[in-house]
Design a protein around this ligand. Structure first.
Ligand code: PQ2
Ligand code: NAD
Length: 194
């Protein structure tokens, strides 16, 4: 089978408990991705050594707990989601087993073969969020495409989203008549692209 077979979802990390193992530069990258998208994400960071940048970054997020210790499998007992960013391949494999035994989904940074899910490159304009995946082929292209879309999508699109939401809430009638109206007023968006 060819092409990208990953299924995208948008997680409510504020309702889930994510355990991040490792607090070096790559751990910082993953924490930045998690918390810049979901500032209320419930996260426990576990790491034997913690770089200053991680300590500084998480001070803005009081719901993030830092445990400076060696990883133990029971650290995942209360987890819903796992992100591993350690510099030790044996440990990564051990974390993968501990996650699997508990039925948890895991991302091992930079180790696609150990991942149940990948992080995407994210474009955000207010309530609009677009996640980009290159199927692991080139995160650099994902990053560049994010930059292109960030430039290309007007900030005003978020105003449109808010207006559409107000219209959606004000419409009377049955479901199909509401859908018809919402499609009518947005038809111009696709015409502009042609
Ligand atoms: C999107 C983003 C999200 C995030 O991590 O926040 C992300 N990587 C980002 C950046 C980035 N990562 C790397 C570079 C250096 C250049 C390069 O190698 O290309 C750059 C570019 C840069 O930093 O400029 C190194 C790298 N990454 C992976 C490998 C291993 C491999 O490919 O085998 C290696 C080689 C390590 C080595 O050489 O040792 C693997 C993965 N990286 C993924 C996600 C998943 C696939 C996403 C997809 O489908 O595209 C996947 C599979 C798993 C995962 O980690 O989730 C984030 C964009 C940030 C943004 O939007 O600005
Ligand atoms: N730094 C980069 O730019 C980069 C780029 C590509 C790939 N990588 C890879 O990503 C991984 C992580 O990179 P990094 O630069 O963040 O590494 P790092 O060595 O700076 O950090 C590793 C983290 O894992 C923790 N750790 C190690 N063993 C532990 C244990 N038993 N229990 C708890 N914590 C433990 C360390 O304390 C540290 O916090 C490495 O495999 C590296 O090869 C790094």
């Amino acid at each position: 089978m060819e092409g990208n077979q990953l299924f995208p979802v948008f997680l409510k990390l504020n309702q889930l408990h994510t355990v991040v193992i490792g607090a070096g530069p790559v751990g910082l990258e993953k924490l930045t991705a998690l918390l810049s998208n979901s500032p209320a994400a419930r996260i426990t960071v576990i790491a034997a050594e913690v770089i200053g940048e991680v300590r500084d970054f998480i001070t803005a997020f009081p719901q993030v707990t830092l445990l400076q210790k060696n990883f133990e499998p029971h650290d995942l007992n209360e987890a819903n989601l796992v992100v591993a960013a350690t510099n030790n391949n044996e440990l990564n494999a051990e974390i993968k087993v501990a996650a699997k035994l508990r039925g948890l989904l895991i991302n091992v940074a930079d180790k696609p073969e150990l991942c149940d899910f990948y992080l995407g490159s994210i474009v955000q304009k207010g309530d609009l969020k677009i996640a980009i995946s290159t199927n692991g082929k080139s995160p650099t292209i994902a990053k560049r495409l994010k930059e292109v879309l960030n430039e290309g999508i007007p900030n005003e699109l978020d105003d449109t989203l808010q207006q559409m939401n107000a219209l959606r809430n004000s419409l009377q009638g049955d479901f199909s008549s509401k859908v018809k109206k919402l499609n009518e007023v947005t038809e111009i968006l696709t015409k502009n692209l042609k």
